[in-house]
Design a protein around this ligand. Structure first.
Ligand SMILES: Cc1cc2nc3c(=O)[nH]c(=O)nc-3n(C[C@H](O)[C@H](O)[C@H](O)COP(=O)(O)OP(=O)(O)OC[C@H]3O[C@@H](n4cnc5c(N)ncnc54)[C@H](O)[C@@H]3O)c2cc1C
Length: 424
C-alpha cells in the first residue's frame, strides 16, 4: 500500500515522484513503468542532448507556444515555469546553457546527465521503481465516500498495487488512454503533430539544403455539408524555411504542423500552402523595389542578380518559374512580367501531399480532455485524488523545449498538491 503511485516512468512521472519526495520525505512513493527502460524519450530527446526548456520566462509569452493547453497552462506557469526548471537542475549540479535560438540544454550536451540526475534523486528519496509493470486497469475504491484506504487499486501484469493518491503520467499511449476512458474521462482523439510537408514541385526539386526566412500560409479546403469552404488565413507562421529532398521543413513548417494538427489530419495531409519568400515587404513595396532594380541594374541579367538576400539558386528558380528566361535583362522586362515576378516572390503556391517525421521527433495532439482537469492542482474533476501530468493530457507544444516544460510544470504542481493533502 502506497501513499502515492505514479504510473509512467517518463519525464513527467519522474519529475512528479521526485518532487513529492522532496515536499514530504515520509510518503511512500512508487513509480510503475511498463517497459524495461525508463526515461526512454528523455534519452533520445533533442538529438540526444535533451532540450529541457526554452528561454521564454514570462508565462504570457511561454503559453504562446502551446497549440493545445495555451489557456490552461497560464496559471500553472505562474507557479512553475522556465526559471524553476533551471533552478531545479542547477540545485542538483546540472549546469544548463541557452543557445542563440532560446533552447536550453545541459552544458554536457548529453541527455544522460538529466537521466543520471533523476535516477540519483529517485534512489536518494527511497522512491520504489517497478519496471516491466503495466497498469491494465484502474479501480477507484472511494466511490464517493470520504477517505477509505486503499483509495485506488491498480491491476498490473505483476499483480495488484494499492495507493491513496494516483498520478497518471503515461504519455501518448493509446491503450492507457482506453483505461483512463473507462474511468469516465473523455479522451480527445490523438493525431500527430510536428511534422514536415511532402511536396513534389519543380521549383524546389533540386535545391535541397537551402534555407531562408519566409512566411507560410495554409490553404485548407474542407467540406461543410455540401458547401466547400476554404480555410487558411488563420494558420500563418514565419521563420526559417528549409528546402529538403522531400519538400519543406524548418521552424516555419513545424509550427504550422502543430497549430493546424487536427485540421491537417482531417484533410488527410493533402492541402495547399502559399509561401511568401520576402515577408518583410508588401506586394507594392516589392514591386517598387523590382522597378528600382530595373533602373539601377538595367544591363544585368535578372537571373544572375543578387537580390533581396535570397539564396542565389532559389532566386534563379523563382525567376524562372515567374516565366522569365535566363537571358532576360532588367531593361527588357515588361510591367506585366515585373508584376508576375512580384507575385511569385510574395505568394508561391505549393501542393502538399503527405507528411514526414522531423528528426524522429514528434508529439501527439490529443489526450485527456482539459475541461475535466482542475489546473490549480492537475487533479481530475471526476475523481478526487487522481492526477494527470505530461503528454497524457491534451496538451502539446511546438519544438524548442516546451513539451518538457509542460511535463515539469504538471509534475511539480500535482506533487505539491498531493503533499499538501498530508499537511492537516
Ligand atoms: C525523438 C523525440 C525527441 C524529443 N525531443 C524533445 C526535446 O528536446 N524537448 C522537448 O521539450 N520535447 C521533446 N520531445 C517531446 C517529449 O519527449 C515529450 O513531450 C515528453 O517525453 C512527454 O513526457 P511524458 O512523461 O508525459 O511521457 P513519456 O516520456 O512518453 O513517458 C510516459 C511513460 O509511461 C509509460 N507507460 C505508458 N502506459 C503505461 C502503463 N499502462 N503502465 C505503466 N507505464 C506506462 C511509457 O512506457 C513511458 O515510459 C521529443 C519527443 C521525441 C519522440
Amino acid at each position: 500500500m502506497y501513499d502515492v503511485i505514479v504510473v509512467g516512468g517518463g519525464a513527467a512521472g519522474y519529475f512528479c515522484a521526485i518532487n513529492i519526495g522532496e515536499f514530504n520525505p515520509s510518503l511512500k512513493i512508487a513509480i510503475l513503468e511498463k517497459s524495461s527502460k525508463t526515461l526512454a524519450k528523455v534519452k533520445v530527446s533533442g538529438g540526444g542532448r535533451c532540450n529541457v526548456a526554452h528561454a521564454a520566462y514570462e508565462p504570457s509569452l511561454l503559453v504562446k507556444h502551446y497549440p493545445r493547453g495555451k489557456k490552461e497552462l497560464l496559471g500553472p506557469f505562474y507557479n512553475f515555469s522556465t526559471n524553476n526548471t533551471i533552478d531545479f537542475f542547477e540545485r542538483r549540479n546540472v549546469s544548463l546553457k541557452t543557445e542563440d535560438d532560446g533552447r536550453i540544454f545541459p552544458v554536457s550536451n548529453s541527455s544522460q546527465t538529466i537521466i543520471d540526475c533523476f535516477e540519483k534523486e529517485v534512489k536518494s528519496k527511497g522512491i520504489l521503481l517497478f519496471k516491466e509493470t503495466t497498469v491494465v486497469e484502474i479501480v477507484n475504491n472511494y466511490k464517493g465516500e470520504d477517505k477509505i484506504d486503499p483509495g485506488w487499486t491498480l491491476e498490473t501484469n505483476k499483480g495488484d498495487f494499492y495507493c491513496s493518491n494516483l498520478v497518471v503520467c503515461t504519455g501518448s499511449s493509446p491503450k492507457t488512454w482506453k483505461t483512463i476512458e473507462s474511468l469516465g474521462h473523455t479522451i480527445v482523439p490523438p493525431v500527430p503533430s510536428l511534422f514536415t510537408f511532402n511536396i513534389k514541385d519543380k521549383l524546389i526539386e533540386d535545391i535541397p539544403g537551402l534555407s531562408t526566412i519566409a512566411e507560410v500560409k495554409l490553404q485548407i479546403n474542407f467540406f461543410k455539408g455540401s458547401r466547400q469552404k476554404s480555410r487558411g488565413n488563420s494558420f500563418i507562421s514565419s521563420g526559417p524555411l528549409l528546402i529538403t529532398h522531400w519538400g519543406l521543413s524548418g521552424p516555419a513548417i513545424l509550427k504550422l504542423s502543430a497549430w493546424a494538427a487536427r485540421e491537417l489530419n482531417e484533410c488527410d495531409y493533402k492541402f495547399k500552402i502559399v509561401v511568401n519568400w520576402l515577408p518583410d515587404l508588401s506586394i507594392n513595396e516589392l514591386y517598387v523595389s523590382l522597378n528600382d532594380l530595373r533602373t539601377r541594374e538595367s544591363k544585368k541579367t535578372i537571373y544572375k542578380t543578387k537580390a533581396f538576400g535570397l539564396p542565389s539558386r532559389l532566386w534563379m528558380k523563382l525567376v524562372k518559374s515567374a516565366g522569365l528566361s535566363s537571358e532576360e535583362k532588367w531593361a527588357e522586362i515588361s510591367k506585366l512580367k515585373l508584376e508576375k515576378l512580384s507575385k511569385q516572390l510574395s505568394a508561391t503556391e505549393f501542393s502538399v501531399n503527405g507528411k514526414s517525421t522531423f528528426k524522429e521527433e514528434f508529439v501527439t495532439a490529443g489526450g485527456v480532455e482539459l475541461k475535466e482537469v482542475d489546473f490549480k492542482n492537475f487533479e481530475s474533476k471526476i475523481h478526487p485524488s487522481l492526477y494527470f501530468a505530461g503528454e497524457v493530457l491534451n496538451i502539446d507544444a511546438i519544438t524548442g523545449g516546451f513539451n518538457f516544460q509542460n511535463a515539469w510544470t504538471g509534475g511539480y504542481i500535482a506533487a505539491k498538491a498531493i503533499a499538501n493533502t498530508y499537511l492537516n
